[in-house]
Design a protein around this ligand. Structure first.
Ligand SMILES: [Zn+2]
Length: 214
């Protein structure tokens, strides 16, 4: 594995960020999103859940309302107005064809050149155990980027197949992902932050080439 990071590609116009929960993108990636929208690029968000299980002192029905509102507001701060929630249950997302189909359908609707997702590894850089939702959604995004372009896979989605995904950027992963799809997979080194909205707008994240498959 190399530690040399390479600049993010610049020759694209549409990106779609797909993550499990509200706040997932605000821990670092939203600053890159702000840079991209400032440059006139189009970025949309798709969230598998509303994060309704994320506040211990607030029951899920109420938490979902709060977290959806916060997510839409945070997206607006960085120039994102398209925010979709797929309605999966927070904390118990299962990796499988149903999830892959939902994500492939989203990719077909949005037709992105760049897909962004969050660390699907078992851990955060070998320190903390990653959540089941992050692992399931991250893996399914990498798979769905390929599924979306194959008209024989999930042929009954409303939107037409889209084979225009050129890169998948994975934020917060300590190791470059094996390219699970036929597309190059990139490891976006989006630094984690403690704020829910970026307070500064740094340069776009650097990316790391994946280790060649063996
Ligand atoms: Zn999360």
């Amino acid at each position: 594995m190399t530690s040399q990071l390479e600049p993010m590609p610049e020759d694209w116009q549409r990106a779609l960020a797909i993550v499990a929960h509200p706040d997932d993108l605000e821990y670092g990636c939203a600053s890159a999103v702000a840079t991209w929208t400032d440059a006139g690029r189009e970025v949309s968000y798709v969230l598998a859940t509303k994060g309704e299980a994320g506040i211990d002192t607030l029951e899920p029905a109420k938490s979902a309302v709060v977290r959806e509102r916060e997510q839409r507001a945070s997206a607006a701060v960085v120039g994102v107005t398209s925010v979709e929630f797929l309605g999966h249950a927070d904390g118990v997302i299962e990796y499988g064809t149903a999830l892959r189909k939902d994500l492939a359908a989203a990719i077909r609707r949005h037709r992105p050149e760049l897909v962004v997702t969050l660390n699907p590894d078992d851990t955060w850089n070998g320190t903390y155990w990653n959540t089941p939702d992050h692992r399931a959604v991250g893996r399914a995004v990498l798979d769905a980027a390929g599924d979306a372009g194959n008209r024989w896979i999930f042929p009954d989605t409303e939107a037409e197949p889209w084979d225009g995904v050129r890169w998948v950027a994975v934020a917060g992963s300590a190791s470059p992902p094996t390219p699970w799809t036929s597309r190059p997979a990139w490891n976006a080194a989006c630094a984690r932050s403690s704020s829910t909205a970026p307070t500064s707008r740094p340069s776009p994240p650097k990316i790391r080439r994946p280790t060649p498959a063996t």
